[in-house]
Design a protein around this ligand. Sequence first.
Ligand code: GLU
Length: 378
Amino acid sequence: MSNFRKSPALADFRRIVVKVGSSLLVDSAAGKLRHEWLSSLAEDIAKLHKDKCDVLVVSSGAIALGRAVLKLPPGPLKLEDSQAAAAVGQIALARTWSETLSAHDMTAGQVLVTLGDTEERRRYLNARSTLGKLLEWRCVPVINENDTVATSEIRYGDNDRLAARVATMASADLLVLLSDIDGLYDKPPTDGGNAKLVPLVERITPEIEAMAGISGSELSRGGMVTKIEAGKIATTAGTHMVIASGRVPHPLQAIAKGAPCTWFLTPANPVTARKKWIAGSLEPRGTLIIDAGAVAALKRGKSLLPAGVIRVDGAFGRGDAVLIRGPDSAEIGRGLVAYDAEDAAKIIGKSSSDVLLILGIEGRSEMVHRDDLVMSGD
Ligand code: GLU
């Protein structure tokens, strides 16, 4: 997949995050959910799911649906009003997703996150392992921001960037943003009428950002600006992104059949891009000294197990970045550690099955999983 510089095919992906905007889900004039459209989307998701693709949904619509149910007057809402509206809307939204996915033989699992869950490394790891477990069970996580508790300074406010963070967190290889617009135009489409759709963005340059313009839709917070922000988050971390219209039935099949849309490609190979992100954006908090056998295993692409660690230095927490050094202190790589320094010190040299006995909890058996590991010189 690393060599295409043309639009990729949907069938190429093994883990897809689909973000659905509020205006697609909620018919605000009629004050209700667009069940028929949602069912067509669920059918598309079921098709991917059957073909062994993991699918995660990031669904907006809690506030929009809540205000429809409560018959709140149109216009901007105060923060406490949107929080309370979201409480009413989210419960209905979750029920609808659960019923609609189950009608297509899939099991939904609701995950509500706040900014801190995706930005603080420890909480990030927790949220990530929950998503991982749901996917292992072949469930479809349905994710939204926890709008009822997220206040202005600690909230995303738009699900475009949230979806990009979820895609990174779940190591997805594609993020699909379904909205009321079919992609990025070279100028705002309302401007004069001769705007052209950009089918492929290989890199988000200042020119691309300048094309973004401002949102025209009343219901969704995220206009093209937040979609471009999402594109930056996703592509830097190794996830491709596509913006496509959800104004049509079967919106995913439409993409597969070549409907107009805008693809944002991650540079080079997605795995390399994610590893670059780990290497570049995190400050190491400690060091793991490992034995020669573990050095050899890591070089063969294996994860670092507690048994191969000789010494632990530093006061790091679970999910922090650590340096990994060989017995001669040479740097081997860096990665995100699955245990805090205290627990790590207790289990070094031990077999994975002893970890449960020593810590009394069933942690993950790797000290640093290979997906979270970057070898020096990679
Ligand atoms: N989390 C908000 C909701 O569910 C949506 C934010 C957005 O429109 O992107 O109502």
